[in-house]
Ligand binder design. Structure first.
Ligand code: DOR
Ligand code: ZN
Length: 388
């Protein structure tokens, strides 16, 4: 089955036609008759966005989202590959719970992969399942769900396992608990940014970078939200610590002033920061200190979000809106479509070893076509990504 998109403009401005054979890009400007033709009318055709950090809620949180609604939201937002986080119920922490999630995810209409969750006692499962998951998530500070590895000696043990890509939620649990205790009962959601203040993030990032430097672990810092974290990561990269990082759209587009209008609907971990942080994140993203955009898509029900501050859960749904939001800045300053493809497709694919997905280009290695764009195939059926 050969499908051709004619009159397409690629992110780099190239005007071309794109041939897709059996769901994979097979060539640009190919001659000969296709089975099916779509006319793009000169519009841009982008590769499918890769979101390496989503919290789809199945199993256990189907009232918020399941693999059907989550994957439809992704497709509607131009996201054709998602990597799902392990803080479901039950958490994805061993072969059994991974298999349970794999069966549920089979109904996804976009491509998908999984991150395993780390606990203080599942090193054996992590080693066993290496190659079956994209990475292993470590919550150094608690968030939605029960996953937590807060102690340095536990982290050191995990980081010493070879060949794993560790995704780190870096907030210092001891400091979070201390701040919560100091404050007592408060209902103003703005207090969330104080309880989980910049010190909470910096302390955790410093600890994690020191341990990665000591053990040689390969770490990916999730949702960087402050200027100081970014500076620490920049320094670590210069010192050859094996670290990459991501930023989420809510930390780029919103700051603490959003609580006034949106209350707990913008309660998220890590929390919204200052306008200065926001600007610094844009700069860091532009200059490549921040490697990629990942949404931290985390839906909750409207009723849950309407609860008073302490009870309302943290998280913002974003898989459907990240691309439209990011497209708003294209053409401003030096933000180009090619750059966007870099931070939303190409680099996510590189970091998470999705080697056959990157961007719309034809590349041959030893005579074999190696890239597709993660496009949804003709039957609208997602495929599981493989790492072995
Ligand atoms: O705000 C958040 N919500 N941060 C997380 O780390 C988890 C997420 C969720 O799953 O609700
Ligand atoms: Zn997350």
């Amino acid at each position: 089955m050969r499908t051709r998109i004619v009159n397409a403009t690629l992110a780099n401005g190239l005007k071309t036609s794109i041939d897709i054979v059996d769901g994979k890009i097979a060539g640009l400007s190919v001659s000969g008759a296709p089975d099916k033709t779509y006319d793009a009318g000169g519009k841009y055709v982008l590769p499918g966005i890769i979101d390496t950090h989503v919290h789809f809620r199945e199993p256990g949180g189907e009232q918020k989202e399941d693999w059907t609604t989550g994957s439809h939201a992704a497709a509607a937002g131009g996201v054709t590959t998602v990597l799902d986080m392990p803080n479901t119920t039950p958490p994805t922490i061993d072969a059994g719970t991974l298999e349970q999630k794999r069966l549920l995810a089979a109904k996804s209409i976009v491509n998908y992969g999984f991150h395993l969750g780390a606990t203080a006692s599942n090193a054996g499962e992590i080693v066993k399942l290496q190659g079956k998951v994209a990475g292993v998530k470590i919550y150094v500070g608690s968030s939605t769900g029960s996953l937590l590895v807060a102690e340095d000696n536990e982290l050191r043990k995990l980081f010493s396992l070879p060949g794993i890509l560790w995704l780190v939620h870096a907030e210092d649990e001891t400091l979070i608990q201390k701040n919560m205790g100091a404050l007592g009962r408060v209902t103003d959601p703005g207090v969330h940014s104080w309880i989980r203040n910049w010190e909470v993030a910096i302390r955790a990032v410093k600890r994690v970078i020191a341990l990665a430097s000591e053990t040689g672990a390969r770490i990916h810092m999730c949702h960087i939200s402050t200027k100081e974290e970014m500076m620490l990561i920049e320094q670590a990269k210069a010192e050859r610590v094996r670290v990459t990082c991501e930023v989420s759209p809510h930390h780029l587009f919103l700051d603490e002033s959003a609580y006034a209008a949106h209350s707990a609907f913008v309660k998220v971990n890590p929390p919204l920061r200052t306008p200065e942080d926001r600007l610094a994140l844009w700069k860091g993203l532009h200059h490549g200190v921040i490697d990629i955009i990942a949404t931290d898509h985390a839906p909750h029900t409207v009723q849950e979000k309407h609860q008073p501050y302490p009870q309302a859960p943290s998280g913002i749904p974003e898989v459907q809106t990240s691309l439209p939001m990011m497209l708003q800045v294209i053409g401003k300053k030096e933000f180009t479509l090619e750059w966007l493809v870099d931070v939303m497709c190409k680099k996510p694919a590189e970091i998470f070893s999705l080697n056959h997905k990157r961007c719309i280009e034809v590349t041959f290695v030893n005579g074999n076509l190696v890239f597709d764009n993660g496009k949804i195939n003709e039957e609208n059926k997602g495929k599981e990504t493989h790492y072995e």
